[in-house]
Design a binder for this molecule. Structure first.
Ligand code: PMP
Length: 400
């Protein structure tokens, strides 16, 4: 039958391509800097002790496997909002917020995009240039027009703040502005507190709707509160934000697909109206979310001791990432590189835009068995105390 003969093979995901090339390489010194998941100093996936303890409690409680409501596990939704917005946030206290559990951060963005497609028809979403590749596709698939605003400045591997402000100002009033709350992916470049204040003010003046993508709370600085700075500032400034949360990185629950989408509202009544429409939208997509990750996160965040343990473990992950940045720069200098590598330590989070050219990236692979995407992005999670010096030598070699 010729039924599918018009379907053509699609392109591979560029990040998966890196791992394919890495897996084929038989060198013992090979390094994969394409991974989007945390690795410990032995290059192994890390299961948090807080998660193991929560899992044990859940197992011992002999829970059933009934469906969750369409909006997910209520105790999780509340805990997620409190973690992002803070203990005494008035929107939570006065129920001027709706939070629905989602299929991790991607699902939160998808629910958000579907909601905008339906209730803000034709309104353009502006995403940073560059941004996490999935943002563009998610909006496009949900029929939300998407454009970008200036973000990265390649000349200093930092923020193009003037360009960003100009573009946000030039966007039609009432546009959707997507902001990475912390640990910008793929650049690792975040605005300073002062810059966030200005961004908030400009978005306010233009009556833009601000959607935060919050995929790394605690994972960037080691402090969930510090990482929530921008989100809480915008809320204080009176923005009725949308918020997409992921618990993949900060709880190490990647495959459990646990996330949340929240919308702030003018009143408790309005929040209930918004929630009713979110339910109508979710029901035909996946009916209701999986419960396991929600149980793990909520049992950690509802228990003082486990919360404390989680906080120390998320800090441990963040600190290792920060250490590897420092260490990489130290070895680059030690092996004679005179280039300015300060952006490596100025940037934050799992990813770093090194400024390496596609040709240099190709040489790293062919001559040194070091694999990364051709845009020069490295995942710091792939660096360990054992391979960092080798990596520094390799980078120095291709950049001198
Ligand atoms: N947003 C950003 C910026 C991300 O980097 C990620 C993870 N790569 C996500 C959202 C969502 O990931 P997940 O669906 O695994 O939570």
């Amino acid at each position: 039958s010729k039924r599918w003969s018009h379907v053509q093979k699609g392109p591979e995901d560029p990040i998966l391509g890196v791992t394919v090339a890495f897996n084929k390489d038989t060198s013992p010194s090979k390094i994969n800097l394409g991974v989007g998941a945390y690795r410990d100093d032995n290059n192994k996936p890390y299961v948090l002790e807080a998660v193991k303890k929560a899992e044990k409690k859940i197992f011992e409680a002999n829970v059933d496997h009934e469906y969750a409501p369409i909006v997910g596990v209520a105790s999780f939704n509340n805990a997620a909002a409190v973690l992002a917005l803070g203990e005494d946030n008035s929107y939570i206290k006065e129920k001027k917020i709706t939070t629905v559990q989602t299929i991790s951060g991607t699902g939160a963005l998808r629910v958000a995009a579907e909601f905008f497609g339906r209730f803000l028809p034709g309104v353009t979403a502006y995403v940073p240039n560059p941004t996490w590749g999935n943002h563009n596709v998610i909006f496009a698939d949900s029929k939300v027009p998407v454009k970008s605003y200036s973000y990265y400045n390649p000349s200093n591997c930092g923020l193009n703040f003037e360009g960003m402000i100009k573009d946000i100002q030039a966007a039609p009033a009432g546009s959707i502005i997507l902001l990475h709350a912390c640990a910008h992916n793929p650049t690792g470049v975040d605005p300073t507190h002062e810059q966030w204040k200005k961004i908030s003010q400009v978005c306010k003046e233009k009556e833009h709707f601000v959607l935060f993508d919050f995929a790394y709370q605690g994972f960037a600085s080691g402090s969930p509160e510090e990482d929530a700075y921008a989100v809480r500032l915008f809320v204080e400034d009176g923005h009725l934000i949308g918020l997409c949360q992921s618990f993949a990185k900060n709880f190490g629950l990647y495959g459990e697909r646990i996330g949340a989408f929240s919308l702030l509202a003018n009143s408790a009544e309005e929040a209930a109206v918004l929630e009713s429409q979110l339910k109508i939208l979710i029901r035909p997509m996946y009916s209701n979310p999986p419960v396991y990750g929600a149980r793990v996160v909520s049992s950690i965040l509802s228990n003082k001791e486990l919360t404390q343990q989680w906080r120390s473990e998320v800090k441990l992950m963040a600190d290792r990432i920060i250490d590897m940045r420092t260490s990489l720069v130290k070895y680059l200098k030690q092996h004679g590189s005179t280039k300015d590598w300060s952006h490596i330590t100025n940037q934050i989070g799992m990813f770093c835009f090194t400024g390496l050219t596609p040709e240099q990236v190709d040489r790293l692979a062919s001559e040194f068995h070091v694999y990364l995407t051709r845009n020069g992005r490295i995942s710091i999670a792939g660096i360990t105390s054992k391979n960092v010096e080798y990596l520094a030598k390799a980078i120095h070699s291709v950049t001198k």
